[in-house]
Design a binder for this molecule. Structure first.
Ligand SMILES: Nc1ncnc2c1ncn2[C@@H]1O[C@H](COP(=O)(O)OP(=O)(O)OP(=O)(O)O)[C@@H](O)[C@H]1O
Ligand SMILES: [Mg+2]
Length: 282
């Protein structure tokens, strides 16, 4: 069912000023580039992601996310995907007093990140972990196959659950439009595929690699590389074939899929459609 707020704000266009709405959060969530507040806007709770446009690296991430969300809004108006966070719009404003420019994205409000869910629940609800993996695969397959978008930063803290525990993929700051590469490659070190370390390659298969690491986070729940202390070493080791250690979990049904997803050779990794089909058959 479409809510009132959606009707008014889709597709993504310049919104009216968002900074003055009633803020529900004293403790906002902090990302590397943003602060996310929950606010009341036209009687709806929304999540407002605010980014400083004065800082050059943040401005680049903001512009990248805006380009991708604009693109997504065109697809999502026609064919809504439940597992991609909905963006209602954005606004850019100068906070006149201090020459500070802020950009804000208005998103549908989700409940908790998958990383927090895992921390709180561990293995208490195994079917839920399968559901999280499957729904993430559905969302990613949709991004790859219908939108030609690579997410670029898949990890448990960029996945959220809504009040009904449905997965919502968030954070398009490092996403790539495969039809118009604007070359902002980033990501989170533990999830970066070897070819991305080596030549900045960002393809659907680099997302598949990150998805393999996510499976380890969900189903093994051990530290990824406890013995590696620096990013330089991580890069060297991963490029030489090192992966999170699931040796002790040799009977785990997800092991094979992890190995396939994080294969050193991107060509040998399955695509997200194949991953989705496998997970649905479990
Ligand atoms: N739609 C939403 N509903 C509720 N909380 C959200 C929403 N979007 C983001 N958050 C919270 O804000 C945090 C930061 O958001 P996001 O990942 O988009 O920002 P970021 O600055 O790009 O983060 P990073 O680069 O650190 O991954 C999330 O981890 C989550 O806790
Ligand atoms: Mg994030």
């Amino acid at each position: 069912m479409r809510s009132g707020v959606e009707d008014k704000l889709l597709p993504v266009t310049n919104l009216e000023k968002l900074s003055s709405f009633k803020d529900l959060t004293k403790n906002f969530e902090k990302g590397a580039y943003s602060r996310v507040h929950k606010v009341i806007f036209r009687n709806h709770e929304i999540a407002l992601k605010k980014m400083s446009l004065n800082d050059t690296p943040t401005l680049r991430v903001y512009n990248n996310e805006k380009h991708i969300l604009d693109l997504l809004s065109r697809y999502l108006t026609n064919r809504y995907n439940l597992h991609i966070i909905r963006c209602y719009g954005y606004s850019e404003e100068n906070l006149s007093s201090a020459f500070v420019a802020m950009g804000s994205f208005a998103f549908e409000s989700a409940s908790i990140t998958v990383s927090v869910y895992i921390e709180k629940n561990n293995f208490a609800d195994l079917p839920r972990l399968y559901q999280i993996a499957t729904e993430t695969a559905i969302g990613l397959n949709y991004l790859h196959s219908f939108c030609s978008i690579v997410h670029g930063d898949i990890k448990s803290s960029n996945l959220m659950l809504d009040a009904n525990f449905r997965v919502k993929i968030i954070d398009f700051g490092f996403a790539q439009d495969l039809n118009n590469k604007i070359n902002l490659v980033g990501g989170t070190p533990n999830y970066i595929a070897p070819e991305k370390w080596i030549n900045q390659s960002c393809t659907t298969k680099t997302d598949v690699y990150s998805f393999g690491i996510l499976l380890f986070e969900l189903f093994i729940q051990a530290p990824l590389y406890p013995e590696i202390k620096t990013e330089e070493n991580l890069k060297k080791e991963v490029c030489n074939g090192k992966r999170p250690n699931h040796f002790l979990f040799f009977t785990h049904p997800m092991r094979e899929l992890m190995d396939e997803c994080w294969d050193q050779d991107p060509e040998k990794r399955p695509n997200m459609h194949e991953v989705e089909v496998k997970l649905k058959a479990w």
